[in-house]
Design a binder for this molecule. Structure first.
Ligand code: R5P
Length: 290
């Protein structure tokens, strides 16, 4: 077995390698002056079972292209089996034709990963389960649900009448799983997007958060718009402390700045996407990365 890492999530890759007690294999990733990428493996992978760990968060196209080139490099060097390990899969939100004349880019990304040479893929908490159907190679979609709920369970004794709140109806089923696991009630926010992506408008709140601690859950935070609205809404409904829980910290600028100004006790996320130190600094010790 050989483990390779792209440059997208070096810390996570090295943690995975450390956990497995395996080295990350040497390779060069070079950016030419014309912005073209070049990859070279230091040793042969002929007949080997190879894993490439590469997240596809920002810079999305650079990270995606690097993944594709690494997969092709392994294929051309006669690897026996290649698994793309993609902690955060880009374009997952482009998963349906919900307007006329729009693409389904998640499908395109799945196709490219296969064509580049992957035999299998492993990813985390896909935005929508059906994206698995865009791949014709087998894959595993892992979930952060257990580490997030294990962490929250330890916090329950200091919370007052906690209630899980879903910031998006699309996440309602998963939020119910959180509520069941934590043995709390569930509340819902109905949200409507008012433009293509960047602005969300929270419309309706269903549930009871008065004098309770709210655990707001979602799969990812991008601009932070949904969470800002969610926090304002639960606060106006009388919530006490607020915990914000999300798997993928996309945190496009200036989300960190905006979110950290909110009355939130703790921001709990995972390391599927590295958070640069300058962004993490906004949150200080209120940010917990699992
Ligand atoms: C949307 O469908 C997702 O579940 C998240 O609610 C969304 O990605 C958050 O985006 P933003 O932070 O830009 O509001």
């Amino acid at each position: 077995v050989k483990l390779y890492a792209g440059t997208g999530c070096p810390e996570l890759a090295s943690n995975i390698a450390g956990y497995l007690r395996m080295p990350l294999c040497e390779r060069d990733v070079i950016v030419f002056p014309n912005d073209n990428l070049f990859v070279q493996l230091h040793t042969s992978v002929r007949g080997q079972d190879c894993y490439v760990i590469q997240t596809t968060s920002a810079p999305v196209h650079r990270n995606l292209m690097e993944l594709l080139i690494m997969l092709q490099t392994l294929r051309l060097d006669s690897a026996a089996r290649i698994t793309a390990v993609i902690p955060y899969l880009c374009y997952a939100r482009s998963d349906k034709k919900d307007q006329p004349r729009v693409p389904i880019t998640a499908r395109l990304v799945a196709d490219m990963i296969e064509v580049a040479g992957a035999d299998r893929y492993i990813t985390m908490d896909l935005h929508a389960g059906q994206i698995q159907g865009f791949f014709s190679i087998p894959g595993d979609v892992m979930t952060a649900f257990y580490i997030l709920t294990d962490y929250l369970k330890k916090k329950l004794p200091v919370m007052k009448s906690p209630v899980v709140v879903t910031a998006d109806l699309g996440f309602a089923k998963k939020a119910r799983n959180f509520a069941q696991k934590l043995d709390t009630p569930l509340a819902f926010i109905e949200k409507r997007r008012v433009s293509n992506d960047s602005k969300a408008e929270a419309l309706t709140f269903i549930g009871d958060v008065k004098d309770r601690d709210a655990i707001i859950v979602d799969d990812e935070i991008n601009t932070g718009g949904s969470m800002v609205q969610a926090v304002n809404l639960v606060k106006s409904c009388g919530a006490r402390n607020i915990y914000m829980v999300f798997v993928h910290p996309v945190l496009s600028d200036p989300a960190s700045q905006i979110l950290s100004a909110l009355p939130v006790t703790e921001f709990i996320a995972t390391d599927t996407i590295p958070i640069p130190a300058e962004k993490a600094a906004y949150f200080g010790d209120r940010l917990k990365i699992l």
